[in-house]
Design a protein around this ligand. Structure first.
Ligand code: MN
Length: 134
């Protein structure tokens, strides 16, 4: 076993290659056994590229408002306290709402396969109906 103390002593990283907009990440647990844990801060409008996870990903939303969107057209609003499970192979993106930052802790298991950028049109469409009512 291992116990990582706080943010594992690594500096915050600005994510650019597979993210759009302002995105910062803190390593929470040094990667091992295919498990990566990061706290991710998205500025308003910030988001991942389209991607999928080899095994799974779990997102714990702690602050702000955002969205999880799947390529099959399903998706939902993310708010503090929400926990999302993304199964193996599901093509998706996650990110902040246009007018709010989003902070989530991401537990990623297995490799992440990155794809193309989420276009401004795809992003706008995901938020076109406004936040979920729940
Ligand atoms: Mn993901």
């Amino acid at each position: 076993m291992r116990i990582a103390k706080g943010r594992a002593g690594k500096p915050s990283e600005r994510r650019t290659d597979t993210f759009s907009g302002g995105v910062l990440a803190d390593a929470v647990l040094p990667p091992a056994d295919g498990i990566v844990v990061n706290t991710v801060v998205f500025e308003p409008g910030g988001r991942t590229y389209w991607h999928k996870h080899e095994v799974a990903q779990v997102l714990f939303v702690t602050t702000g408002e955002g969205r999880l969107q799947s390529a099959d057209g399903t998706g939902g609003t993310l708010r503090p306290g929400d926990v999302a499970h993304i199964p193996a192979g599901e093509v998706h993106w996650h990110g902040a709402a246009p007018g709010s930052l989003l902070v989530h802790v991401a537990v990623s298991v297995g490799k992440t396969e990155w794809m193309h950028e989420v276009s401004d049109e795809e992003y706008a469409e995901a938020f076109a109906d406004g936040p979920d009512a729940d």
